[in-house]
Structures are given as structure tokens and as C-alpha cells.
Ligand binder design. Structure first.
Ligand code: NAD
Ligand code: MG
Length: 396
């Protein structure tokens, strides 16, 4: 028997669709694919509004199909790609419809926010492996998504660095239940600060993440710690654990990406430099690891790794996320929609940093609770919460 680490056969290439290819995760995924043309080919690229970057990516990677969600940008994309053998579609519906393409093996969900839910479900329905970056999908509809994935026998491979670390720690441990997940958090730019300090922080301050360069929404989520709240819910569904089995540990250096404790007391972790290309690559290459030139971790550069407790009295979004998952039903969906609206309002300078958590708490107290929501209920919950949160923000 010969064991080979490389797929040198064209037919063994994985055919990848990247939804949200023009964002931070999308661009980094294309960096990985650019380094491994023998392993991956790009089938689909999509963008919300950034036509220029989508066109440039399409010309370089020659996908079968591109989708620009903003219909006004369709003529520009169509025109620019007219001499290439690339199909161009526009609109939200096309984003989901292209998920049915036979030629796609894996869909990397790199869209931000609730918009990722419908195309992800369609991809699962059509049997595509999911490389999941879009954590909001799991937050709002984790039960529906995981049930469908089990039914369709579709793997959901985490891209989020913490969840990738957890996954890498349990590979080969399938028969050993997880006792506890230790979910690491950098603490964001305001780690160690109190509420008094947070009263006056600006958008620029909040966008200044110490370790990671990411899209604006997740960067603000990291500053409020809502990102960690979303990740607790994401971990619950991905790894089938109870919320009380997930402990958040603040680790400002972002080297230990998360840990898993087993019932004999052993703790396994995955470490690496804070570089999303590694977890993106693992989700695409799993179960293999392909040689790659990403920078290596040197402990000489990190003589001190520190760990601390989070401060839920200052960063109340963390407590809101635990409340939402304890309550269940459509509550995480309410929390997520209110957060998306509040973050967008903060980025526009309409509300203050501390108003974000207050706005979410108000939505969770006010919006109609549904214990066993259908997908339609969740779509409706998302819509209603957005409207009521926008109205609430007008009164601030
Ligand atoms: P981003 O804002 O940089 O990119 C978002 C992408 O989604 C863009 O391509 C944009 O065109 C597309 N998009 C935005 N709104 C859309 C809509 N309504 N419909 C269709 N497409 C839309 O975001 P990002 O930082 O790359 O994050 C993407 C997802 O990955 C998020 O869910 C985030 O939480 C998760 N994630 C990101 C990182 C990171 O390092 N950036 C790390 C872990 C997880
Ligand atoms: Mg993360």
C-alpha cells in the first residue's frame, strides 16, 4: 500500500465555492487556494457590493460562476467578464440557487451575518461539505442546520479559529466525550478596562483589534465580547455540548486557540500564530494537512502566555449570549439580529459603545419568544427584531 500526502490527480481536486469571497475570510481563503492550485479549484465566487474586487478575483481564478448580490452592479460585472467563460448572476436568490451546482464539493461560508443562513441551508440540502466561517448561521438556527446536516450526512467543518482548535483537538477522539471546552478570547482592545472607560470609546478605538485583522462587524463584536458570545452558541451546536460545559478564558496573546478537556482530566489544545489562513486551510484540506508556508510559531517570541477570567459585569454581551442559549428557541436569533443592527448603528456613529449591549438586552426583553421556531419563524423573528431595534435606536 502506498500512502501519499498529495493529490496529484486533477479529479481529486476539491471544487470550492466561496460565498463572500471579497471579505476578510474570502480573500484569505483565496490566498490559500493560490498557493495550492493542485489541490483546489474555484467554482463560485460571490460578493455583496464590491464589484471591482469580485471581477479581479474572477479574472485570476476563472470560476465557473460569480454572483453579485447588488443587482445594480450586475452590468459592470457582466461587462468586465464578457470575454471570459464565467457565468454571472445577480441578487440574493442567485446566491442560494448556485449552491445547487453539481460541480461544487465544498462551500466556504464567508458571508457576514444572517445573510449566510439561507445559502448555507441550500448547500447542505444539496450535499455540499460546509467550511463554516459564518458563525451567525449557527447562532440563529443551530438546531435546524445541524439536524439537516446529519440527515444529509454533510460535514460542517469549522473555520473560526477557536472552533478549528477544538475540532483539531478532538480528531481521533470520536469515542471520547468532551467534558469541557475552554474557549479562548483575546479580550479585544478593551481588555482590563471598566465601564467608565468604555463610555467614551470611539469607533476607531473599537476597530483597533490587538491581534487579528478582520471585517468591521466581527471586530466590533470582539470589542464588546459578543463575538465570544456568538462563539459559545456556535460551539454548542458544532460539538453538541451544553452551555455550562463551555468556559471562556481570556488569553490576550491569541496563541492557544482553544482547548478541550476530556473525562480523564487530560486537556488538549491547538496552538499557532494568529493567522486565519491556517484554520481556513484545515477546513478545506481536512482530513489531510497540506504543506504550507504560513509563518511558524516561535516560543522565543512568546515567552509569556497568560490566561485570565473574563469580566462579564463590564462586557455584558457575554452574559446576554449565555441567557440567549439557556432560553433557546428564537432568542439567539433575536440577540443576533439586534446585535447586527446595533453594531451597524455604532459604526455609523448613531449610538455609543455601551448602547450596543443595552440595545440587544432591550430587544431580548421585548421581542416575541418562540420556544420551537420553524425556519419561517426565524426569518420572521430576524425581520421583526431588525425593525423594532432600528425604531428603538431612533429614540436613543
Ligand atoms: P467581511 O465583512 O470582511 O466580509 C463579508 C463578505 O460577505 C464580503 O464578501 C461581502 O461582500 C459579503 N456580504 C456582506 N453582506 C452580505 C449580504 N447581505 N449578502 C451576501 N453577501 C454579503 O467579513 P469577515 O470578517 O470576512 O467575516 C465573514 C464571516 O466569518 C463572519 O461571520 C465572521 O464572524 C466570520 N469570521 C471571520 C473571521 C475573520 O478573521 N475575519 C474570523 C472568524 C470568523
Ligand atoms: Mg473566533
Amino acid at each position: 500500500m502506498s500512502i501519499s500526502n498529495t493529490n496529484d490527480n486533477e479529479s481529486q481536486k476539491k471544487h470550492i465555492a466561496i460565498i463572500g469571497s471579497t471579505g476578510s475570510i474570502g480573500v484569505q481563503a483565496l490566498n490559500v487556494i493560490r498557493r495550492h492550485p493542485d489541490q483546489y479549484s474555484v467554482e463560485v465566487l460571490t460578493a455583496n457590493t464590491n464589484a471591482e474586487l469580485l471581477i479581479a478575483q474572477a479574472i485570476e481564478f476563472q470560476p465557473n460562476t460569480v454572483v453579485i448580490v447588488d443587482k445594480d452592479k450586475y452590468p459592470q460585472v457582466q461587462q468586465a467578464l464578457s470575454e471570459h467563460d464565467i457565468k454571472v448572476f445577480a441578487g440574493e436568490k442567485s446566491l442560494s440557487d448556485v449552491m445547487e451546482m453539481n460541480s461544487i464539493d465544498t462551500v466556504l461560508t464567508a458571508v457576514v451575518g444572517f445573510a449566510g443562513l439561507t445559502p448555507t441551508l441550500r448547500a447542505i440540502e444539496y450535499g455540499k461539505t460546509i467550511a463554516l466561517a459564518n458563525k451567525e448561521t449557527m447562532v440563529v438556527a443551530g438546531e435546524i442546520v445541524t439536524k439537516l446536516a446529519t440527515q444529509k450526512n454533510v460535514p460542517i467543518l469549522p473555520v473560526d479559529s477557536e472552533h478549528s482548535a477544538i475540532f483539531q483537538s478532538i480528531v481521533g477522539e470520536w469515542h471520547n466525550p468532551i467534558e469541557k471546552i475552554l474557549l479562548t478570547a483575546s479580550g479585544g482592545p478593551f481588555f482590563g478596562k471598566d465601564r467608565n472607560f468604555l463610555k467614551t470609546v470611539t469607533v476607531d478605538d473599537a476597530l483597533h483589534h490587538p491581534n487579528w485583522s478582520m471585517g468591521k462587524k466581527i471586530t466590533i463584536d470582539s470589542a464588546t465580547l459578543m463575538n465570544k458570545g456568538l462563539e459559545i452558541i456556535e460551539a454548542k451546536w458544532l460539538f453538541d455540548v451544553a452551555p455550562e460545559q463551555i468556559e471562556v478564558v481570556v488569553h490576550p496573546q491569541s496563541i492557544v486557540h482553544s482547548l478541550v478537556q476530556f473525562r480523564d482530566g487530560s486537556v488538549k489544545a491547538q496552538l499557532g500564530l494568529p493567522n486565519m489562513e491556517l484554520p481556513i486551510h484545515y477546513a478545506l484540506s481536512y482530513p489531510m494537512r497540506h504543506a504550507d508556508s504560513t509563518p511558524r510559531l516561535s516560543f522565543a517570541d512568546y515567552p509569556t502566555l497568560t490566561f485570565a477570567q473574563p469580566d462579564p459585569d463590564t462586557f455584558t454581551c457575554l452574559a446576554l449570549a449565555y441567557q440567549a442559549i439557556e432560553k433557546g428557541g428564537n432568542m439567539p436569533c433575536i440577540m443576533n439580529a439586534a446585535n447586527e443592527i446595533a453594531v451597524s448603528a455604532f459604526l455609523k456613529g448613531q449610538i455609543s459603545f455601551l448602547d450596543i449591549a443595552d440595545t440587544i438586552a432591550a430587544a431580548m426583553a421585548k421581542n416575541t419568544f418562540i420556544a420551537k421556531p420553524s425556519l419561517d419563524d426565524l426569518l420572521q423573528t430576524d425581520k421583526e427584531t431588525r425593525i423594532s431595534t432600528l425604531n428603538n435606536i431612533k429614540t436613543i
